[in-house]
Ligand binder design. Structure first.
Ligand code: G
Ligand code: G
Ligand code: NA
Ligand code: MN
Length: 252
């Protein structure tokens, strides 16, 4: 409860910050996109990990204002890069099941895109399998997002409570292989089999695929050899503030 009351004031106290983790095209080694990952630095609690405060935000309903704040921040960032004529990259935003469930979610996204005048294709929403599990409205929301031109990816693929049938019902662009399958892909035959099967599954469905949690060159080599297009992980970079992103990836 104490942490919740601090989280409630985090936006007005300027305690939230969006960090960005690069997503790499394995064939060219170039950055193709970034995942926006929220950070909270509180006076009393210090840095609280999103693994801790996101569930709290979801339980308390704070996730709606936090989610809007993140989306606004990301769209403003895309606009800034667009104005500076930086190389075109996409930003992926994590969306909680509770946000996705809201009837006006796609309208809000549409309005933000319009407000900042950004290209819809530069925005991606990341949702988990669990968000798709039992909701009728979700399909309509995702279809609307798709119509607007926003990309849709499935986060932590293979770890949720879900069936594969949603892959044919929902307009999914990209599957993100959960990092638990990538972690020891070079030594664990089962994880390797699962990861390679997900890559084929995605491609057979005409979807893109990205491997999460890549930490070693050998893992990247195995994935490239298996035709995985993209990777994300500490091998390339952890999530960093936008100043560092600008300095590292755009100004040279
Ligand atoms: O950033 P890691 O660095 O610790 O992220 C932990 C978890 O928090 C991940 O599951 C990630 O998807 C989630 N997360 C990070 N940022 C956001 C956000 O802006 N919105 C939502 N809903 N989840 C987020
Ligand atoms: O659930 P989601 O996939 O959004 O979670 C992203 C989380 O994974 C963040 O906490 C991020 O910091 C973490 N992460 C990103 N890359 C790596 C990696 O290479 N190794 C590990 N262990 N964690 C990673
Ligand atoms: Na994510
Ligand atoms: Mn993930």
């Amino acid at each position: 409860v104490v942490m919740e009351s601090h989280l409630r004031r985090a936006i007005e106290l300027n305690e939230l910050k969006v960090y960005y983790q690069p997503q790499i095209d394995l064939r060219t080694g170039q950055i193709s996109s970034f995942e926006a990952l929220l950070r909270w630095n509180n006076k009393k609690f210090g840095f609280v990990s999103p693994g801790q405060f996101i569930p709290l935000a979801e339980k308390s309903g704070i996730i709606h204002s936090v989610g809007e704040w993140v989306l606004d921040n990301v769209c403003r960032q895309l606009k800034e890069w667009q104005d500076k004529r930086y190389r075109k990259v996409r930003i992926a935003v994590n969306i909680s099941p509770n946000e996705l469930k809201m009837e006006d979610f796609s309208m809000k996204v549409k309005q933000k895109i319009k407000e900042y005048g950004i290209s819809p294709s530069s925005l991606e929403v990341e949702i988990t399998e669990n968000a798709l599990a039992n909701m009728e409205d979700t399909l309509e929301t995702l279809n609307e997002l798709k119509k607007i031109g926003v990309s849709i990816s499935i986060d932590d693929f293979g770890t949720g409570y879900s069936s594969l049938s949603y892959l044919k019902q929902y307009p999914i662009d990209t599957i993100k292989i959960d990092r638990s399958f990538i972690q020891d892909i070079e030594s664990d035959e089962k994880n390797k089999a699962i990861a390679l099967t997900i890559i084929n599954l995605a491609h057979n469905l005409g979807m893109d695929v990205i491997a999460e949690g890549v930490e070693k060159d050998l893992q990247a080599a195995i994935l490239l050899n298996a035709n995985c297009q993209k990777a994300q992980g500490f091998l390339y970079s952890k999530a960093i503030p936008v100043d560092e992103i600008n300095e590292k990836y755009f100004t040279k």
